[in-house]
Design a protein around this ligand. Structure first.
Ligand SMILES: [Cu+2]
Length: 113
């Protein structure tokens, strides 16, 4: 019985990361995005390779919601992008992608992991 309890305890623990990923800890309340943009928003873990004016190069995990495989790519950085902390090249982050005016995905927020 002791073994069963321990096993159940482990199962509960191993489920925790999946839940934590769904609630990815990003505060959306002050973001200047429309409801429509927020509905289409997707998130991914990424490494920032470089970051500059209006553009970032990132290596991101797969984003199954929009059918993207893991990639290293340039992504436009919205003027209004919410940088949630000091982020520089080499950092592990969570990126939030929203559709810009041109219908292309752009980075709407970045949060250090
Ligand atoms: Cu978010």
């Amino acid at each position: 019985m002791k073994t069963l309890t321990a096993t159940l305890g482990l199962l509960a623990l191993s489920c925790a990361p999946a839940l934590a990923q769904m609630d990815h800890g990003m505060d959306h309340s002050n973001m200047p995005m429309s409801d429509e943009q927020m509905e289409d928003a997707v998130h991914a873990n990424a490494v920032v390779n470089s970051i500059g004016e209006g553009m970032a190069n990132v290596t991101h995990d797969p984003i199954p919601e929009i059918g993207w495989p893991a990639m290293t790519m340039d992504l436009p950085l919205l003027d209004s992008a919410e940088m949630m902390g000091d982020i520089s090249a080499g950092d592990q982050v969570t990126i939030m992608l929203v559709k810009g005016a041109d219908g292309m995905y752009a980075i709407g927020a970045m949060m250090p992991n």
